[in-house]
Design a protein around this ligand. Structure first.
Ligand code: ADP
Length: 400
């Protein structure tokens, strides 16, 4: 209210001007609230004069994050809190360009505290006038300390690298061990055979039985070593990819099983399969392992095997379904582990390596493998193959 008085003759007249300022009061209150919110935010906030890149305001989190008193920051360049290494300096240029063009930039940068300690910040800087960079523009810069997350990421990277190296060493060990074990095993097998031949009819019943066990044992060990060698080869050798007509390849694999298919009178149906990029030997091995399992783990019903596929944008999805004995839910993930078997040797022979090989082949082709199964009803093994395997290193072949 503005009041004024005017003297007219003997009288004094008062004028009162009344303005409704409720809107202004509300605006002031909003401003005060906003300022309080910004001041108490858990992120560090600074307002920067765009033309000079000097700090004109900081909230208390910003001050404590960087270890300064506010008075030490005001009118100082914002570069004070940015690392001065080449990468950060280059990044600051990128930020300027982005603010000019888009009015905003967000990303991660290395910041520096007053005591010289460097730390990672997730940062968002916006131009309060987003249309163009003008001399009186102000940037609002919001900083969050992400050094803990960065350290965790770095730890994870290091652990992954350690794991990768120890995996590679283990694979190499398995390869060398299984390779070298072949020689003494060959000797045992040969001499056990010679022994059995030379002493045919001259041994008593027990000796004959024990010799039989030795021969059986060596046969089993040979299969085990061959499988282990096949498995570890998948991780130790260079892989080359080529174009493969899967329909033709699957036909060849099915042909390899023609005798057992005829013996068990299995019905096999193969729907049209795509042309893929892959390693011929590995893919053939994958189908061969899945087919031999489907035959081995058949039920009393007539065995029916169906092979089908679909192709999505980046991957081929292929499945091999059977109506065999099926797998209980709780074991459906485990069976892809090395030496994982669900039956005794007396029930079904095997080494427990076949599905580990399948898993490795799928992974080598940028894919994965899984099973869907109803115990007693049958199993469907699904796997995917990338349409561009091995491209993560920019070539058609991959060295491991
Ligand atoms: P192996 O066949 O030498 O035992 P695999 O690694 O090929 O080893 O398979 C692991 C286990 O998964 C098998 O022992 C079997 O119990 C189960 N399995 C694999 N394929 C089938 C299938 N088609 N039907 C039922 N069980 C299966």
């Amino acid at each position: 209210m503005t009041v004024s008085s005017i003297q007219i003759d003997d009288s004094c007249v008062f004028h009162a001007f009344l303005h409704d300022i409720s809107e202004r009061k509300r605006a002031e209150e909003r401003l005060r609230l906003n300022a309080a919110i910004v001041h108490n935010m858990s992120e560090g906030v600074a307002l920067v004069q765009a033309s000079t890149e000097t700090i004109v305001y900081t909230n208390s989190t910003f001050d404590s994050m960087f270890g300064y008193e506010q008075s030490e920051l005001l009118e100082r360049p914002i570069s004070l809190v940015h690392g001065s290494d080449r990468k950060t300096t280059e990044l600051v240029d990128v930020i300027r360009q982005s603010l000019k063009k888009k009015g905003t930039w967000s990303g991660e940068l290395v910041a520096i505290k007053k005591n010289g300690v460097l730390f990672w910040c997730s940062t968002n800087i916006s131009n309060l006038r987003s249309d163009s960079l003008r001399s009186d523009d102000v940037w609002i810069a919001v900083y969050s300390d992400i050094s803990l997350r960065k350290a965790a990421e770095e730890n994870l990277l290091q652990s992954t690298e350690k794991l990768r190296r120890s995996n590679a060493e283990l694979e190499e060990f398995a390869y060398i061990a299984s390779h070298d074990l072949q020689e003494p095993l060959r000797k045992i097998t040969n001499y056990a055979g010679l022994f059995a031949e030379s002493y045919l009819g001259k041994l008593d019943e027990n000796a004959q039985k024990y010799l039989g066990y030795i021969v059986d044992g060596t046969k089993r060990m040979r299969i085990l070593i061959e499988d282990l060698l096949a498995f570890s080869r998948l991780g130790s050798q260079k892989i080359c990819f080529e174009e493969i007509d899967l329909g033709v390849l699957v036909n060849e694999v099915v042909n390899d099983f023609s005798q057992s298919i005829a013996e068990v009178k299995a019905e096999i149906s193969v729907t049209s399969l795509p042309v893929i990029r892959g390693n011929r030997m590995e893919i053939a091995q994958l189908f061969s392992n899945l087919l031999s399992n489907a035959i081995k783990f058949r039920s009393a019903d007539v065995l029916r095997i169906e092979i089908g596929s679909s192709t999505e944008e980046n991957e081929h999805h292929i499945w091999v379904a059977d109506n065999g004995i099926g797998i209980e839910k709780e074991y459906q993930k485990q069976i892809f582990g090395l030496f994982r078997r669900l039956h005794s040797m007396a029930q079904y022979t095997g080494t427990g390596i076949g599905l580990s090989i399948c898993k490795k082949v799928a992974e080598n082709h940028g894919g994965r493998i899984w099973v869907e199964s109803e115990f007693g009803q049958g199993s469907t093994f699904h796997f995917t193959l990338s349409t561009r395997p091995g491209e993560e290193n920019g070539s058609g072949s991959q060295s491991r």
